[in-house]
Write a protein that binds this ligand. Structure first.
Ligand code: M6R
Length: 367
């Protein structure tokens, strides 16, 4: 049932070309220039008249939500707030019937996310679910929603569910933006054509980085700390990369927006600190170059995720992982793949139980 892979996690990482494709199936109709999503379309007035969208989630799903904020604000120009479900529910939040609350949950059973949704519903908000598990509790309580259709995710560390969540959020952002006129037709058409080709990009990344990342992982088996940095869309991708590593390898890892480095974490950098930096061409590249220079000057070990043909960051990096160039909004999907592999191989070399890491459960049904 692991399809010849040693672990479910690796199988699920390699399934992503297919799972992302499945998420888009029947929804993204490139030739017709249409995104079909009944859950959105049937309630389009709610989204159109929303004062703001609040995204609530936990863990990896919360990271997807942060990227959703970048997507929806950029393309649909609707204000978005992203909250940990656990914080939202306990702080007497201000919610009105003009709010749309979107819950993101792979399992659809996370207790905090469920409770936060109930609260939002009581206060009159329209509640929307992005779940992977069909007919789960969250899918049932919400007014409407979109399933991610990534297929069953067995590994406790979320991988294909995350990229499927990003795909749904991208579809929602483009659909709302097209509808409310913030995303012009020409841009819409070129973005959806690019989205349609993302499964192929993921396939390319898996093929071109798997062995390389496996080699890189060997050098970090005894490392005790890691930093992950990114900017813009790739700041949440950095958080997610760090979470993957800590969950399955038990190495302490922190994600930061690269510009925040100088406000504290830079004090940690010396020759023993590996820093994973996500630095695609589109996305504040020049700013990232100066961050990398600062790290280099302090002898940090740089593992750079860059676009093919990159020179500036690559010249300073100790390890270079190349991914194809995409529009900025798609780069977290593509960049996450080698980071999943990096966490996976480091954990395997450390002899950890990657599919069932200690202390963790696949769905957190307790508060
Ligand atoms: O099922 P959910 O998406 O609601 O789960 C949320 C988190 O518990 C989950 O993403 C957790 O952080 C994963 N172990 C991440 O790999």
């Amino acid at each position: 049932e692991k399809g010849g892979y040693e672990h479910f996690m690796l199988k699920e990482i390699f399934e992503q070309p297919k799972s992302v494709h499945d998420t888009m199936r029947g929804r993204l109709l490139v030739d017709e220039g249409v995104i079909k999503m009944a859950g959105i379309w049937d309630h389009i007035e709610k989204f159109k008249n929303a004062n703001r969208i609040i995204i609530i989630a936990c863990g990896t799903s919360w990271h997807a939500g942060l990227i959703g904020e970048y997507l929806i604000e950029e393309y649909a120009r609707i204000p978005v707030e992203v909250e940990y479900a656990s914080e939202f529910r306990y702080r007497n939040p201000i919610i009105t019937d003009k709010d749309v609350v979107i819950a993101i949950s792979q399992s659809g059973e996370t207790a905090d996310t469920m409770a936060a949704l109930k609260l939002a519903k009581e206060k009159g908000a329209f509640i929307y679910g992005i779940c992977n598990v069909v007919d789960s509790s969250i899918a049932r309580i919400t007014d409407a929603g979109s399933y991610t259709h990534a297929g069953p995710e067995i590994g406790v560390a979320s991988t294909k569910a995350f990229t499927a969540q990003l795909t749904i959020l991208t579809l929602i952002a483009f659909k709302l933006g097209k509808h409310n006129g913030n995303l012009g037709n020409a841009d819409f058409m070129s973005l959806i054509a690019e989205l349609d080709a993302i499964p192929k990009r993921i396939e390319d990344v898996l093929a071109s980085t798997n062995e390389l990342v496996q080699d890189i992982a060997k050098d970090f088996v005894s490392t005790t700390n890691f930093l992950y940095l990114g900017r813009g869309y790739n700041y949440p991708a950095a958080l997610e990369g760090a979470l993957k590593l800590k969950e399955i390898s038990y190495i302490h890892a922190e994600g930061y927006p690269a510009a925040e480095m100088k406000h504290g974490p830079i004090a940690l950098i010396d020759e023993n600190m590996p820093i994973v930096i996500i630095a695609p061409k589109k996305g504040h590249y020049d700013k990232i170059v100066s961050n990398v220079q600062e790290i280099k000057a302090r002898k940090g070990k740089i593992i750079a995720v860059v676009n093919k043909g990159d020179t500036q960051v690559s010249a300073m990096a100790d390890y270079v992982i190349e991914i194809p160039e995409t529009s900025e909004c798609f780069s977290p999907i593509v960049a996450s793949v080698p980071l999943q592999l990096l966490a996976y191989y480091i954990a395997v070399y450390r002899g950890a139980n990657v599919d069932q890491p200690r202390n963790l459960a696949k769905s957190v049904t307790v508060e």
